[in-house]
Design a protein around this ligand. Structure first.
Ligand code: PGA
Length: 262
């Protein structure tokens, strides 16, 4: 299974800045052919998708595009929302769904997240479903139950043949954007837990072979090795450290972990 690097640029760069950054990343990655064996996805703001897609087409870039969110309807009276169909028009292949910043600031519920996941699949977008407990939940001993609930609800009604397209991102909420990740073994435990939850509804073989479970939360060039060398961690979702081309490319280069079995 290919490991995947997903850059989440959040609400940080305008169109010009995003284009500048992709130009640098693209040219650095092209100089390191080794990096092509893994998937690299950038998720800029909606406004930048069109320009970046044009650039990628022109330059025959291998980098893929993702959105930071989607809406669950195709079209209609939904002021301010972006339809999955519009995202497909600009060649988006991935959509981050249920990021904790949206769960918290915009009160996105498990039900809304489930609707978005199903719509993304319907339109051929790969959902990157974010799950993870808050610090308070962990202190109360609720990590396993929160992860179990979020994963189970997000995937309700997802058919077996669609399931293998999904990516689950485990992001412990309190380590997002603080520069200090959880211990890699700790993340690996949650990754195993996510798979265990899914064994109940989907075949163990598919979960083990096709489902990518990735880690997010203060990943940077200094700690990335320790995550991607863990069995069961199939990639990373990176915020702050993905905003600089050198750092991003350094992280993508470390994907060839010799110790990794799977
Ligand atoms: P971070 O963000 O890498 O800045 O912690 C990760 C995320 O929110 O997806």
């Amino acid at each position: 299974m290919k490991q995947i690097f997903i850059a989440n640029w959040k609400m940080n760069l305008n169109v010009e800045e995003s284009l500048d950054l992709v130009k640098k990343i693209d040219s650095l990655l092209k100089k390191n052919k080794d990096t092509e064996k893994n998937d690299v996805v950038v998720c800029p703001s909606f406004l930048s998708l069109w320009a970046i897609n044009n650039y990628f087409n022109q330059k025959k870039s291998k980098i893929k595009l993702g959105a930071q969110n989607i809406f669950w309807e195709e079209k209609g009276a939904f002021t301010g929302e972006i339809s999955p169909k519009m995202l497909k028009e600009v060649n988006c292949q991935y959509a981050i769904i249920g990021h904790s910043e949206r769960r918290e600031n915009l009160w996105e519920s498990d039900q809304m997240i489930n609707q978005k996941v199903r719509t993304a699949l319907k339109f051929g977008l790969t959902p990157v479903v974010c799950v993870g407990e808050t610090f308070e939940e962990r202190k109360r001993g609720q990590r396993d139950s929160v992860i179990g609930r979020q994963v189970g609800r997000a995937l309700e009604g997802v058919k077996k043949n669609e399931f293998r397209k999904i990516i689950i991102a485990y992001e412990p909420v309190w380590v997002i954007g603080i520069g200090q990740a959880v211990e890699p073994e700790d993340a690996a435990y949650s990754h195993h837990l996510i798979r265990k939850v899914l064994f109940k509804s989907y075949s163990e073989k598919i979960v083990a072979k096709d489902l990518r479970v990735i880690y997010g939360g203060s990943v940077n060039p200094d700690n990335i090795d320790s995550f991607i060398c863990q069995d069961g961690i199939d990639g990373v979702l990176v915020g702050s450290a993905s905003l600089e081309a050198d750092k991003l490319v350094k992280m993508v280069k470390s994907f060839s972990c010799p110790k990794r079995k799977k």
